[in-house]
Design a protein around this ligand. Structure first.
Ligand code: URA
Length: 220
């Protein structure tokens, strides 16, 4: 991707995105949940869309999926403080289910409407590596025919000119049908993040010396 050093900064984008009405999702969301992290991060983690907690707090990955992501990053030797964390879609999409707001997967038109913010974040940050968490994030970067199952954990050249690795979404780990399956899927998720850390080092983007992988186990 051609980066534009005269383009908007992350702060400017965040402010503009607060007022985004490019798709109807803003009507039922509490607020825009823009990315967070240091403007000098070399790695950008991309999720799908904010969940219930994120919608309330205005920050990405602060709910149950975020807690699992934090554990997995730690077990992979990646410090979340070294990452810029964002989502492909910046407003919570949900439907009522009793008292609860149930997450819904964003549609292609909502991803397209939100794409300018994701591209703006990438252009402003110039990350060396994108880590796509789940199909929505991976398809936002590689296009709708991309399948995470076929290429997970592999360092790929993205069409945006930035290296990228795709893995599963942490919610998919949490949804595993049994403790054994959750553990297996958690370990595979950590293995993908370990590959991402190795890729980042090869790209000259690793920061603090990692504490080293810990194996504290899966979705608890
Ligand atoms: N799931 C996501 O994809 N992003 C978040 O911020 C929270 C849950």
């Amino acid at each position: 991707m051609s980066t534009d050093s005269n383009g908007p900064t992350l702060e400017q984008l965040r402010e503009q995105a607060r007022h985004c009405t490019a798709c109807p999702l803003y009507q039922h969301a509490t607020q825009t949940v823009f990315g967070v992290g240091s403007a000098s991060s070399h790695v950008m983690l991309i999720g799908e869309t904010p969940g219930d907690r994120e919608d309330i707090e205005g920050l990405p990955f602060v709910g149950p999926a975020g807690a699992l992501l934090d554990r997995a990053l730690c077990d992979a030797g990646i410090d979340r403080r070294d990452c810029y964390v964002t989502n492909a879609v910046k407003h919570f999409k949900w439907e009522p289910r009793g008292e609860r707001r149930l997450h819904k997967t964003p549609a292609q038109r909502e991803m397209s409407a939100c794409r300018r913010w994701l591209l703006g974040e990438i252009a402003a940050l110039h990350p060396r590596l994108l880590i796509c968490l789940g199909a929505t994030a991976a398809q936002a970067i590689f296009g709708p025919s991309f399948r995470v199952t076929r290429a997970r954990g592999q360092l790929l050249d993205s069409p945006l000119g930035v290296h990228a690795i795709a893995t599963v979404h942490p919610s998919a780990v949490l949804r595993g049908p049994s403790p054994e399956e959750r553990e297996r899927s958690y370990q595979a998720f950590v293995a993908d993040l370990v590959s991402a850390r190795a890729a980042l080092m090869s790209l000259g983007g690793a920061r603090r010396a990692p504490a080293g992988p810990r194996t504290r186990g899966a979705a608890r």
